[in-house]
Design a protein. Structure first.
Length: 305
């Protein structure tokens, strides 16, 4: 029987996305695997070291495993890497109840805000937050480029199968509104006004009290959703207000672009996984000295082979 699940998989020691093309390929694979596993995706957020999804399915493990395997193959082939990408374990939590589901969606859609990657939930691009109630709240819809099926297949793995209603943008990436279950997700919020409120409210005890009306168990908290090792929940809640957002702070994607586009080509390398230990350490010291980056960020953007 199909049920609603929160799915999260993590990569504590290295980033999962090094550029926009990686994010685009992940979306394409997510759309393909959702179709092949008859899985409805309600919401998604892709951070540099972890992915959150709210799905409606009867095969959460098979869907998540297939998505992870196919993306890992792409990532390994592109960067000359081998082995599993991220932690072996995929977290999944069944969610029951209308309010519990809405709270799960809130946490997923506000993930960029919680991690200090944007000043508001709507400012984080690698997420479906802008797709719900887009027309009602004045958000610009992602532009669809008319393509034949043959043209779309150029951007996809061989033998990819997908339904006719899937559409792509000009970069060959499936548009979220064509494959996510947007209307299904919107029903949990009822109205655009409530959606805006939920995306901007602060986490407090009222969240727990509201979930009591479901009579389906304990209240869902941010700690239940965030499964990243060493995660500071207090800091995530602090970031929630948006007052501590640092616009000039380099995000992991910025650091990876700097390494892959500016640092590696002059030394004749195309991937961080080709670096010797000595050269990796020199680049790490350079990044720390010139850009004042924290060591943990440098290490995950300069992983060992």
């Amino acid at each position: 029987m199909r049920s609603t699940y929160h799915i999260c998989f993590t990569s504590h020691d290295e980033v999962m996305f090094r550029d926009d093309a990686d994010h685009g390929m992940f979306l394409n694979l997510m759309a393909l695997r959702a179709f092949s596993h008859e899985t409805a995706i309600l919401a998604d957020a892709e951070m540099s070291t972890h992915v959150h999804q709210g799905v409606f399915t009867d095969r959460p493990q098979a869907y998540a495993g297939d998505l992870r395997m196919s993306y890992t193959k792409y990532f390994n082939r592109k960067y000359g890497r081998s082995g599993r990408l991220g932690q072996k374990y995929t977290f999944q939590l069944r969610i029951d109840g209308m309010v519990h589901t809405m709270v799960m969606l809130n946490y997923i859609l506000r993930n960029g805000l919680h991690h200090g990657a944007a000043a508001t939930a709507f400012g984080y691009p690698y997420c479906s937050v802008r797709d719900l109630f887009a027309e009602d709240i004045g958000l610009q819809k992602e532009q669809v480029v008319p393509m034949s099926r043959a043209d779309m297949l150029v951007y996809l793995p061989r033998h990819a199968e997908f339904p006719d209603h899937y559409q792509m943008n000009g970069q060959g990436i499936f548009v979220r509104s064509s494959f996510l279950e947007i209307r299904m997700a919107e029903r949990y919020y009822v109205s655009p006004r409530n959606y805006l409120y939920q995306m901007n409210r602060l986490t407090d005890d009222s969240w727990a009290r509201e979930q009591e009306q479901d009579n389906t168990g304990a209240a869902l908290t941010l700690g239940d959703i965030e499964q990243v090792r060493g995660q500071d929940i207090a800091q995530l809640l602090k970031n929630e207000s948006g007052r501590y957002y640092q616009r000039k702070r380099m995000q992991d994607l910025d650091v990876c672009r700097l390494i892959d586009k500016d640092i590696l080509p002059p030394i004749g390398l195309s991937s961080v996984y080709q670096l010797s230990d000595a050269r990796r350490e020199r680049i790490a010291r350079q990044l720390a000295f010139e850009y004042h980056l924290p060591e943990y960020q440098i290490r995950r953007c300069l992983p060992r082979a």
